[in-house]
Design a protein around this ligand. Structure first.
Ligand SMILES: [Zn+2]
Length: 409
């Protein structure tokens, strides 16, 4: 057995916790690894990895598969993978026209998911929370693994410190303590973390989607409202209270139409779903089916549909040019409706960016549609709920008898 200098430091509890965190986070973000790969990835010794993996296995958080040869000389190395049933989180997504709930296992596997469309318009917090409690009970009928946290993605402006939904213009909510409402309805004391849907969308795309390995990314997601999330230098850009990233409410067109936030001519009034549908001659609340109809009509050569897409594409390009100048991202990920219409508006967007963005940041940036689809904020909510475990898995090691279950009201 080789003894490295790091083994001495590992006797300290702080270092042990940090090492457990490095292993669990590595497996969670990158998938299964052999013990040899963990040695290479963490810089720890083989014996240290064997001991720490043994602790995690004892707590039910990882499993080890029989040793396999990887085509390299020497002894085969056992594969270590997270046990998705060892710790799970409840992820919740509240959009203007749908709610969804999922139970996600450690490592990111979705074990059960339900999505329900809801009528648009202003919805009472109580009715949304009651519906979510119902979805949760359905999910829990099929999944019985220990639940360690709850993450919530909501289409609104959210205060990071306590999850207060300060304003959700398209839901009609002002100053809603959403986490407390949910805790009461679910009858639980499990930690509940609430965040803006686009902030969680960029987190999910960064960890598991179109932006894996890219540390400077802007996510723009168009639905009824238009949300944005940015990661710069690998760190989420949130602003002082967490209200940052509300790119849908950037003033864009002073001569434009009224926005639900109370202002006039916000970017989302030019590039949101309502703008596309109205310009194409459809009711502004025709929803995703309406967007699909516009795309079909455009393919068939309908002048109104083509003009509506051109309008939205042009304003998207104008706004993105400014954001590219401001943030210098390597990647812009277009989510939801913007990802869907991207093939139709790509040339228009590129023309605006070529005209308006500065040459240096323009030469670096790429624009791609999101790869996680409508589930990005939901998966981001799961990542948010896993964060305390990833930061300190030692809190679960040795806690097997204390598995937390969600009490249903
Ligand atoms: Zn606005």
């Amino acid at each position: 057995m080789r003894i490295h200098g790091t083994d001495v430091g590992q006797r300290s509890e702080t270092v042990r916790r940090a090492n457990l965190s490095a292993i669990v986070r590595g497996l969670h973000e990158h998938g299964p690894m052999s013990r040899s790969e963990l040695v290479a990835a963490t810089g720890l010794t083989r014996s240290a990895i064997r001991g720490l993996v043994g602790e995690l296995a004892g707590a039910g958080l990882v499993t080890e598969a029989p040793a396999v040869r990887l085509g390299t000389p020497g002894r085969p190395s056992p594969m270590v993978r997270l046990n998705p049933h060892g710790a799970t989180v409840l992820a919740i997504e509240i959009l203007v026209d749908s709610i969804a709930a999922a139970i996600v296992g450690l490592g990111g596997e979705t074990l059960a998911e339900i999505r329900v469309d809801r009528p648009r318009g202003h919805l009472s917090v109580d009715s949304v929370v009651a519906d979510l409690a119902g979805l949760t009970r359905e999910l829990q009928a099929s999944v019985h693994d220990p639940l360690i946290g709850i993450g919530v993605a909501v289409a609104g402006v959210v205060r990071r410190s306590d999850g207060l939904v300060s304003m959700a213009p398209n839901l009609g909510w002002v100053d809603v303590p959403l986490g407390a409402h949910l805790a009461r309805a679910l009858g639980t004391t499990i930690p509940i973390a609430v965040a803006n849907d686009a902030d969680l969308g960029v987190l999910a795309e960064h960890r598991r989607g179109a932006a894996v390995g890219v540390d400077d990314v802007l996510y723009v997601s168009g639905e009824v409202g238009v949300g944005g999330g940015a990661i710069t230098g690998g760190v989420p850009l949130t602003g002082v209270a967490g209200y940052g990233g509300e790119i849908g409410h950037m003033p864009a067109n002073p001569d434009g139409v009224a926005c639900r936030c109370g202002s006039t001519g916000c970017w989302e009034t030019e590039v949101g779903e309502g703008a596309l549908l109205t310009l194409a001659g459809l009711p502004s609340d025709a929803g995703r089916d309406g967007v699909e109809a516009v795309l079909r009509d455009a393919e068939a050569g309908s002048p109104a549909a083509v003009a509506a897409l051109h309008h939205v594409g042009r304003w998207l390009g104008i706004g993105l040019a400014g954001l590219v100048n401001l943030l210098n991202p390597r990647l812009v990920v277009l989510g939801a409706m913007h990802g869907r219409i991207y093939p139709f508006v790509r040339a228009t967007i590129e023309a605006e960016i070529a005209t308006r963005a500065l040459p240096a940041p323009r030469a670096i940036v790429r624009i791609v549609p999101a790869s996680l689809g409508a589930d990005a904020p939901l998966l981001g909510a799961a990542e948010l709920a896993f964060e305390p475990l990833l930061a300190d898995p030692a809190s679960r090691v040795g806690a097997r008898d204390g598995a937390i279950h969600l009490a249903t009201a």
